[in-house]
Design a protein around this ligand. Structure first.
Ligand code: UN1
Length: 511
């Protein structure tokens, strides 16, 4: 496969790097990586040992004082060069993402673009790490805030965005002056190695030391747990399930470390009686089947006003019948496979539960078999009619299953349904009615971190803060002022006068 050669990837590789150096270690443990596209095993990755971990931590510790002493715009310059190099390798990187995760080539390329965009964004942001200045209550005093880097930031990412999640975190963390240690999902580690190789070249060309951008691929028990409990790591940014997020928050919280959590979503779209279906139908379909339903922002619940219900249902069934499922590297296909057989099992279990719990499958529900599906990971995108929030609807099944729920009454009823689940990542409304839209956006509206109007729940731009509330974990990554989460804030008061007035008018005379 050409794209692997173009990215300098070999069949057998180390999974641990301190920047430009790959650690060999004594580990006999290998991760066999197979593609959900064709079931082929295409990489053997040597997993990190505890000694490797210590080496990575040691190098990161040494690199931090060097990296933080570079002016932030110089750090931005390194990120700029990473972005340039990513442009050169966009096609093979996008192809690798598609091959390793099963998302379509279009989406793979889009993901690389997301990392390029965040690099560009970070170049600018590196000149804008500003704190506010305010007024002091005391004469001849100045009061302001400033931001400093934290140190080592660990980035633990999920399989579904094997490059973008690193980009959002590592590029921002880097311009803020932190060094990063990346532990990618063991379900998409080759994408991580490819990125690390790109970064390594930039580090080399700029004569930068080891330890600024590290990668560590290993087991949860040996490496993951260590990261959570390691007092040398002040910040852990974690993307994954709510269950794993609770463990992360608990362990890092116990040592009073910081976390940025981006956990699951159970995202709803409201289609009111005033919706423009020309916009709503394609948005719903892309939201539900994009990345085979494996985005945190995937549309899982659809609340349709009773007056439009049959019409929307008919449109969706027609659209679903036209979807082409198959090899995601082929342009014509809209949807590829799920990530692995476990994901297929979860899909099958959910489909069973829908019927058991009183819902009706109106489209799909089957695993796909046949020559055009060379692995066992292809499933039909699925539509299910449910009267209400059955237990299965409350769960985030990482698969292309969309629940159709009819609502009566005003937009308030639909908002109540939207807010009924534990997760709070993304939400959307389709309406041309001003009152409905503003109600959805008001304090009594959607309780999610993302609220969209006349567009779908997924595909957020990098310029906004990304993340959500409740079981989604409350973290914010990417744009806006999310960079502040990667820094420590310091409030400074300077007395440039000749007396020492105390705040709150307290008198304390020692003469
Ligand atoms: C995720 O699924 O964890 O908004 C991230 C989106 C993408 C990122 C999703 N930009 O769908």
């Amino acid at each position: 496969m050409n794209f692997l050669d173009e990215l300098y990837l070999e069949n057998k590789m180390s999974g641990t790097s301190t920047g430009t150096t790959w650690l060999s270690g004594k580990s006999k443990k290998h991760l066999l990586v197979s593609s959900p596209v064709d079931g082929e095993t295409f990489a053997h990755i040597r997993k990190a040992t505890v000694e490797n971990y210590e080496e990575v931590l040691g190098q990161a510790n040494k690199a931090f004082p060097v990296w933080r002493s570079l002016p932030a715009p110089r750090r931005g310059e390194i990120v700029r060069q990473i972005g340039l190099r990513l442009r050169d390798f966009k096609l093979p990187l996008g192809t690798l993402i598609a091959y390793e995760t099963g998302k379509t080539l279009q989406e793979g390329l889009g993901e690389v673009q997301e990392v390029i965009d965040i690099c560009d964004y970070c170049v600018g942001q590196s000149r804008m790490l500003y704190g506010m200045t305010t007024v002091s209550e005391r004469p001849d005093h100045r009061l302001f805030e400033q931001y400093h880097p934290l140190g080592i930031a660990a980035i633990i990412t999920a399989f579904n965005f094997p490059m973008a999640l690193w980009g959002w975190n590592a590029m921002i963390a880097a311009i803020c002056g932190n060094v990063t240690i990346w532990k990618p999902s063991s379900r998409a580690p080759v994408s991580a190695i490819a990125l690390q190789k790109i970064v390594a070249r930039v580090l080399e060309q700029n004569d930068l030391p080891e330890g600024i951008f590290s990668l560590i691929i290993g087991d949860r028990d040996t490496i993951g747990e260590r990261i959570l409990e390691d007092g040398r790591i002040p910040l852990v940014s974690f993307t994954g399930s709510a269950v794993a997020g609770r463990v992360t928050a608990g362990k890092v919280g116990r040592r009073l470390g910081k976390t940025i959590l981006e956990l699951g979503g159970n995202n709803g779209i409201i289609i009111t009686e005033h919706a423009d279906l020309k916009l709503a139908v394609p948005a719903v379909v892309f939201g539900a089947v994009g990345t085979s339903g494996q985005r945190c922002t995937t549309t899982r619940r659809l609340f349709i006003h009773e007056s439009r219900y049959e019409e929307v249902k008919a449109h969706l069934c027609r659209a679903y019948a036209r979807l082409k499922i198959g090899n995601p590297l082929l342009e014509a296909n809209h949807m590829g496979p799920l990530i692995d057989k476990n994901a297929v099992k979860a899909y099958q279990k959910a489909v069973k539960n829908i019927s058991k719990q009183g819902g009706t499958i109106i489209f799909g529900g089957n695993v796909l078999k046949g020559d055009e599906y060379p692995s066992q990971c292809y499933v039909e995108p699925t539509l299910a009619e449910v009267a209400d929030h059955l237990p299965i609807v409350r769960e985030e099944t990482f698969a292309p299953i969309l629940y159709l729920i009819k609502y009566k009454g005003g937009v308030e009823q639909a908002i109540a349904l939207n807010n009924e689940v534990d997760q709070g990542l993304s939400s959307a409304i389709f309406s041309t009615n001003h009152n409905q839209i503003e109600t959805f956006l008001s304090a009594k509206g959607s309780d999610c971190g993302i609220a969209n109007v006349n567009l779908g729940t997924s595909g957020a731009e990098i310029g906004g803060a990304f993340g959500g509330e409740k079981d989604t974990g409350g973290g914010r990554e990417c744009g806006s002022d999310a960079w502040k989460n990667y820094m420590r804030r310091q409030t400074v008061t300077i007395n440039y006068g000749t007396t020492l007035p105390l705040a709150q008018g307290i008198r304390f005379d020692i003469e």
